[in-house]
Design a protein around this ligand. Structure first.
Ligand code: PLP
Length: 237
């Protein structure tokens, strides 16, 4: 993929973000694009940064540990968006600014401890990943267990609980209307966030939802961060 095409892809995505925001009566500045660079080389991250992307998402700690060497310490914000195993938590706490896929208290406690031990002054931003679809075995905290987990994570001093994240089921082109099929999951995440906000008295400004195939619906339902891989970088190897 050449620089022009990442740049062109970005322009097209930005137009789509703006149009979806306008439909929902929102401003496009309220929505942060996270370029999902997993499987793509560091050079592609550099190209996307040159084109204007400032947030990147990776889903494996080890892959990022290797690739970050090739990004020349670009002043971007690095998000871990994939499932985090407990034995990788300490490393993740040092390599990322944000962990958007926390679904377990033990992992959150490890992130908190590692951050303190490494002497970071800034808190690590975390989102709780919610399992919004029951029919599939996916990562994420069960809806019923969310309030208790949120309360405990919010109490960890080195973490900043900023909101919620979800990965709804994928409704391929086989579905009559993939957009209508996925919408209720995004609505649900927003409602869960609103309930938690009231319950915990925390701002919880972030809703990370929407990928290449469904980010416009997610924006209509309140997404503040969209995680876009394929539409920006092209297909994954
Ligand atoms: C890979 C991935 C994405 C991006 O998916 P695309 O369909 O390529 O846009 C978003 N979120 C998570 C958690 C992912 O693992």
């Amino acid at each position: 993929m050449t620089q022009t095409s990442i740049r062109e892809n970005l322009l097209r995505i930005q137009e789509r973000i703006a149009a979806a925001a306008a439909r929902a009566g929102r401003r496009s500045e309220e929505i942060t694009l996270i370029g999902v660079s997993k499987t793509h080389p560091a050079i592609a991250i550099q190209e996307a940064f040159q084109a204007g992307v400032r947030h990147f998402g990776e889903n494996r700690v080890q892959e990022w540990e290797v690739k970050r060497v090739g990004t020349n310490n670009l002043p971007a914000t690095w998000h871990l968006i994939g499932h985090l195993q407990s034995n990788k938590a300490a490393k993740a706490a040092k390599l990322f600014h944000a962990v958007d896929s926390v679904d377990d208290l033990a992992v959150a406690q490890k992130l908190n401890r590692a951050r303190a031990e490494a002497g970071f002054s800034a808190k690590l931003r975390v989102l709780l990943e919610v399992r919004v679809a029951q029919e599939e075995t996916k990562s994420g905290v069960e809806i019923a267990a969310l309030p208790e987990l949120a309360e405990k994570v919010a109490a960890l001093p080195q973490l900043e609980l900023a909101g919620l994240m979800c990965i709804p089921p994928f409704f391929g082109s086989g579905a009559a209307s993939p957009a209508d099929a996925v919408r209720p999951y995004f609505t649900k995440l927003r409602e869960l966030r609103d309930e938690l906000k009231a319950k915990l008295g925390l701002p919880l400004p972030v809703l990370s939802m929407g990928m290449s195939h469904d980010f416009e619906v997610a924006i209509e339902e309140g997404a503040t961060e969209v995680r876009v891989g394929t539409a920006l970088f092209g297909g994954r190897m």
